[in-house]
Design a protein around this ligand. Structure first.
Ligand SMILES: CSC[C@H]1O[C@H](OP(=O)(O)O)[C@H](O)[C@@H]1O
Length: 341
């Protein structure tokens, strides 16, 4: 278990789901600061919207489901400082600030919208109601990730080499992860396999986070540089690829960390099955195709180029549905043609 996103009450109760009788306010959004991993496991406890936005922007908390969970509980943490009479109006303003933190992961917008609409349906709009809804979103995410694990685990056979990109593990979700969840389930079932984890430049979520997660779990993991993936496939070391996603369009086109599209093209060339794992909260049915998915362009400084040299730093790319062998959600393994109405 990794307490990526939790609610911590003033009494120090760490909550993933709602517990009757536990005082919810005053409380704070508690996250693992992923910028400090793998050297240090440090928690941040936040209840200020500017600090929460900054934490999402610098990837202290990251990964589509984790960002959604953090935004929901972050909204609640900020709302507890509001007067009840102004809560509905100010909660919308806080949600707008949180929504402006990153553009690609649809879970961010889905979670905020769900919390605000919950508030309008309540007899009385209170911060405690926002905590309850945020904890419901978190608990549902954890269960969705567990279900993804059970649906995806049969793909991982004894002795396989499994390649993954970036981090779509427990750290990117409420717990268990999406792409890594089938690996955890297969490992628990006693199957032996090796995970090849792309370092995933420029922020190295793979070498820093995925390798750390899998090593902690006792799963055999090999870190490779991104530019080694083709050779590793050519050498026959990879039997299966499973990646996460930040937003999936109605036709199954999937946005994920930059470099994923290239892996899908290589997988096609080498005849390697390529799967995307994501909860249905990552599906954006309002977008017909993946070219409509907004792609975050991040700070050039992250790339570490020579002073004064121009840098292009898109954080995501889109894999067309025809390159995706299957999409694993909590509802099961979807095969093409995809149609997420
Ligand atoms: C389970 S969503 C994980 C997804 O999010 C990551 O992006 P970032 O690290 O920038 O938040 C990456 O695309 C992962 O596959």
């Amino acid at each position: 278990m990794l307490e990526t996103v939790r609610w911590i009450t003033a009494e120090g109760n760490v909550l993933a789901g709602f517990e009757e009788g536990v005082p919810l306010l005053p409380g704070k959004l508690r996250i693992i600061d992923q910028t400090r991993l793998p050297q240090e496991l440090v928690y941040l406890e936040l209840d200020d919207v500017d600090e929460i936005v900054a934490a999402i922007r610098r990837l202290s908390v990251r990964g589509a489901p984790a960002i959604g969970c953090a935004a929901a509980l972050g909204l609640a943490a900020c709302a507890q400082h509001l007067e009840e009479k102004e809560l509905l109006e100010k909660a919308q303003e806080i949600a707008d600030q949180l929504a402006a933190s990153r553009p690609t992961a649809v879970n961010l917008f889905w979670a905020l919208e769900r919390c605000l609409s919950h508030l309008t349906r309540c007899d009385k709009a209170t911060a405690e109601e926002l905590v309850r809804e945020g904890l419901a979103i978190l608990e549902e995410d954890i269960q969705m990730c567990r279900a993804i694990g059970s649906h995806g685990a049969p793909l991982i056979k004894e002795g396989m080499g499994v390649l993954t990109h970036c981090n779509a593990g427990a750290l990117a979700t409420g717990d268990f992860g999406t792409a890594l969840s089938p690996m955890y389930v297969a490992h628990t079932a006693g199957r032996k396999f090796t995970v090849y984890s792309d370092e995933t430049r420029p922020l190295n979520q793979g070498s820093r986070l995925t390798a750390w997660e899998l090593q902690r779990a006792g799963i055999d993991v090999v870190t490779i540089c991104d530019n080694m993936a083709a050779q590793v496939m050519k050498e026959g070391r990879i039997d299966l690829i499973i990646v996460g996603s930040d937003r999936i369009a109605a036709n199954g086109d999937a946005a994920n960390k930059i470099g994923t599209y290239g892996l899908a093209v290589l997988a096609k060339h080498h005849g390697i099955p390529f799967y995307v794992a994501a909860p249905t909260s990552t599906i954006d049915s309002s977008l017909a195709t993946g070219d409509l998915i907004p792609i975050e362009i991040r700070d050039p400084a992250e790339v570490g180029a020579a002073e004064g040299v121009r840098v292009y730093n898109p954080a995501f790319d889109v894999t067309p549905n025809e390159l995706i062998s299957g999409i694993i959600t909590e509802g099961g393994l979807h095969r093409p043609p995809y149609g997420f109405a």
